[in-house]
Design a binder for this molecule. Structure first.
Ligand code: ADP
Ligand code: AMP
Length: 246
């Protein structure tokens, strides 16, 4: 939402204003939470994130979404990231650390954050620790979306996304009301360029070699909660709720 300096509150719809007020009242009673979602591509991080975000009034920072927006806008960052992303490799630590450091300053991250797809290397995890130390806060929980690789090809090749909102659909498991169309805006859905069986192989390799050690990094700190990410979405949500309320 734009700042009050550029918007006359009298011009806003009363229902929208009331809803925003109610949302803020609800949020003021929620504890701060700083969460990391780790799991291979297709494990359900992007599906669960909006639910957690709304429940705890957190910001949702998905480095993949941010990088795709930069590639689409052909920014200098996007130009640097494009090739690695298309090949299913990780982009350099410095690029993603810079994006997260900047994004954490957003007012929407005041009550905490969900990091989705970051950190993906131990170096990124160490840099995140430094960033949070400067802000005198720390990660509360790491949700590990544990799932067998064999399930992921069907999830990835059936995925459709609404690029501006990041909303995710699946032809079989979460179909939109009208095929190819976003339920909320009516805009067209797209398939990601890297959501192919061939690129998935490289992405999984990157996950096992570079990202799995990040789970060990946080296990040593005693903050990892393992989820059964192969279960249906609602059951995964129930597991997440249990972990976050304990
Ligand atoms: P990630 O963000 O971890 O890459 P997504 O949340 O985008 O994964 O999920 C990948 C695909 O699988 C999407 O099309 C989504 O609709 C679908 N999906 C997500 N969670 C589940 C689940 N628990 N069971 C079946 N399909 C799921
Ligand atoms: P995702 O949307 O999380 O599947 O990410 C898509 C692609 O963006 C990945 O395959 C990487 O090329 C890149 N990417 C996203 N997050 C990171 C990260 N934390 N570190 C390095 N590369 C990343």
């Amino acid at each position: 939402m734009a700042s009050s300096s550029s918007v006359n509150l009298e011009d806003l719809d009363s229902i929208d204003l009331m809803n925003e007020l109610l949302r803020r009242m609800k949020c003021s009673t929620k504890p701060d939470k700083r969460l990391i979602l780790i799991g291979p591509p297709g494990s359900g991080k992007g599906t669960q994130s909006p639910i957690i975000k709304d429940e705890y009034c957190l910001c949702h920072l998905a480095t993949g979404d941010m990088l795709r927006a930069a590639v689409a806008a052909k920014t200098p960052l996007g130009v640097k990231a494009k090739e690695a992303m298309e090949n299913g490799q990780l982009v350099s630590d410095d690029l993603v650390v810079g994006i997260i450091d900047e994004a954490l300053k957003k007012p929407s991250c005041q009550k905490g954050f969900i990091l989705d797809g970051f950190p993906r290397t131990v170096v990124q995890a160490q840099k995140l620790d430094e960033m949070l130390q400067h802000r005198a806060v720390k990660v509360d929980k790491v949700l590990n979306f544990a799932i067998d690789d064999s399930i992921l090809e069907e999830r990835i090749t059936g995925r459709w996304i609404h690029p501006t909102s990041g909303r995710t659909y699946h032809t079989k498991y979460a179909p939109p009301k009208v095929p190819g169309v976003d339920d909320v805006t009516g805009e067209p859905l797209i398939q990601r360029k890297d959501d192919t069986a061939a690129v998935l192989k490289s992405r999984l390799e990157a996950f096992h070699i570079q990202t799995e050690p990040v789970i060990d990094y946080y296990s040593k700190k005693g903050i990892v909660a393992n989820l059964h990410a192969e279960k249906p979405p609602k059951e995964v949500t129930t597991e997440v709720e249990k972990v976050l309320s304990s």
